[in-house]
Design a protein around this ligand. Structure first.
Ligand SMILES: Cc1cc2nc3c(=O)[nH]c(=O)nc-3n(C[C@H](O)[C@H](O)[C@H](O)COP(=O)(O)OP(=O)(O)OC[C@H]3O[C@@H](n4cnc5c(N)ncnc54)[C@H](O)[C@@H]3O)c2cc1C
Length: 418
């Protein structure tokens, strides 16, 4: 009889795949269970940015006022759908509680370290000849058109420099020099040279194939319905395709994490933050660097020979409706910054959408459940899950092995809202 330790990873998004990757490296026998086909989650169509620049969580000063101001604009980039849903109300109250300078300053160094660990791990993954996912280490440009956005971003850049990140403030001429093929209609930019980007669709596909080749059993179209527990442990996982058992369970689940947690008698608040993306041509007036259009909150990423344009954050229930008004808002923003890129409104079938798993304090959940001693939770990464996938996966494997952790995780305690 084999005495290899076994783990079940619930959810095959980037967090689940990376957890499986590092668990396998550490000698675990891994099964991934996913209710979909691994292509319909949040981890493929996103903007592909690896973002040490995002050391400020979403729950930050100013976001509450912006959310309220934008609530009544159908093309706005950030939107909270008003509702009496008690889950949304309680999430919103926690968000407001955490959106202050003291909290943001407290968590910034830990978040920076988590991002830098992940970027380092991405560099190592990119060196694996079996994985080719378009990793490019040339940073991200935060482009601004107005004095106000410039002042705010330069303030963030100064904080980033104090935290030791590689960041440069650029005037119009300097940023234009970085994009020689296309005209930029901006006042200036901050170049977060510490950031990087990838083609996430390729990463997800190749990681899946790689894990299969390593012997990972991937069960798709298999929904976790309930947990059998005994003696403070998860004993069994009941799914639409039968019962599974393992020594250890890793609960990911993205925007569906709260329902999964509830099935195990736990409270882990996450609201879905819906966003859209689509691909456009990048042959004429070629864009070289990824960018965030600051006033519009739109992300532009050159990948796989094209450009991915993405944006909006609609906090509300999970649904499959594509709000073309908001897609139009994204489309309208692009030529304001890149005048030669007169983007056409995509066909509805060409619009991808995904649900960012947003925790109320903007920090991920990484750690053991206090209720079930053989359950690790990994989720709630909001707008940074792609970037933080490898670090999260590595930490999951380190927790599983009870070995020393690559970075401190006390701010990410999954039991913090119990
Ligand atoms: C427009 C947009 C742009 C973005 N850009 C970036 C970016 O540039 N950089 C970045 O870092 N992040 C970005 N993000 C965020 C990032 O995509 C997410 O944080 C990340 O994909 C979350 O990964 P996950 O594995 O937690 O969740 P998911 O990818 O959603 O995976 C969760 C999985 O769990 C499965 N699951 C759920 N419930 C069950 C159940 N009961 N039984 C079985 N399986 C279940 C689901 O089927 C799903 O496959 C962006 C998001 C959007 C929407």
């Amino acid at each position: 009889m084999s005495n290899q330790r076994s783990a079940i990873v619930i959810g095959g998004g980037i967090i689940g795949l990376c957890s499986a990757y590092y668990l396998v490296q550490s000698g675990w026998k891994v099964t991934i269970i996913d209710k979909g086909n691994l292509a319909d989650n949040c981890s493929s169509g996103n903007a592909g940015m690896i973002v040490p620049s995002h050391f400020i969580p979403l729950a930050a000063p100013g976001m509450v006022a912006k959310g309220i101001r934008w609530m009544f604009n159908s093309k706005s980039p950030f939107y909270v759908k008003p509702s009496f849903d008690p889950k949304l109300i309680s999430w919103g109250l926690q968000f407001i509680k955490h959106a202050n300078d003291a909290q943001v300053n407290k968590v910034a160094p830990a978040l920076r370290d988590l991002h830098l660990l992940s970027k380092q791990l991405y560099t190592e993954l990119a060196a694996n000849p079996e994985l080719n996912f378009g990793f490019e280490d040339k940073g991200i440009l935060m482009l601004y058109k107005t004095e106000k956005a410039g002042v705010e971003e330069i303030h963030v850049a100064q904080k980033a420099q104090q935290l030791g990140l590689d960041v440069e403030v650029l005037n119009h001429e300097q940023v234009q020099r970085l994009e020689p093929h296309t005209h930029l209609n901006v006042k200036g930019a901050v170049h977060y040279r510490c950031d990087a980007h990838i083609y996430p669709n390729a990463l997800v596909k190749q990681l899946t194939a790689y894990l299969k080749a390593q012997g990972v059993d991937i069960k798709t179209n298999c929904t976790v319905n309930s947990f059998g527990t005994n003696g403070g442990q998860i004993q069994s996982i009941e799914t639409s395709s039968g019962t599974f058992n393992a020594d250890l369970t890793i609960m990911t689940g993205g925007a569906w994490l709260p329902e999964l947690a509830q099935k195990a008698g736990m409270k882990i608040p996450v609201m879905p933050g819906k966003g859209y993306s689509f691909m456009v041509d990048n042959t004429a007036n070629k864009i070289i660097h990824p960018s965030l259009l600051l006033e519009a909150r739109v992300a532009i990423t050159p990948m796989n020979g094209q450009v991915r344009i993405g944006g909006t954050m609609e906090i509300g229930a999970i649904n499959s409706k594509i709000n073309m008004n908001r897609v139009q808002g994204i489309v309208n923003a692009v030529p304001n910054y890149y005048p030669e890129h007169q983007v056409k409104l995509p066909e509805v079938n060409d619009v991808w959408y995904g649900f960012r798993p947003c925790s109320p304090d903007g920090l991920p959940y990484i750690g053991f459940s206090q209720k079930w001693s053989n359950l690790i939770v990994a989720g709630g990464h909001g707008m940074m899950g792609l970037g933080l996938g490898p670090a999260t996966g590595k930490l999951v494997a380190e927790l599983a092995d009870s070995s020393s952790l690559s970075t401190d995780i006390k701010d990410y305690n999954p039991n913090r809202f119990n």
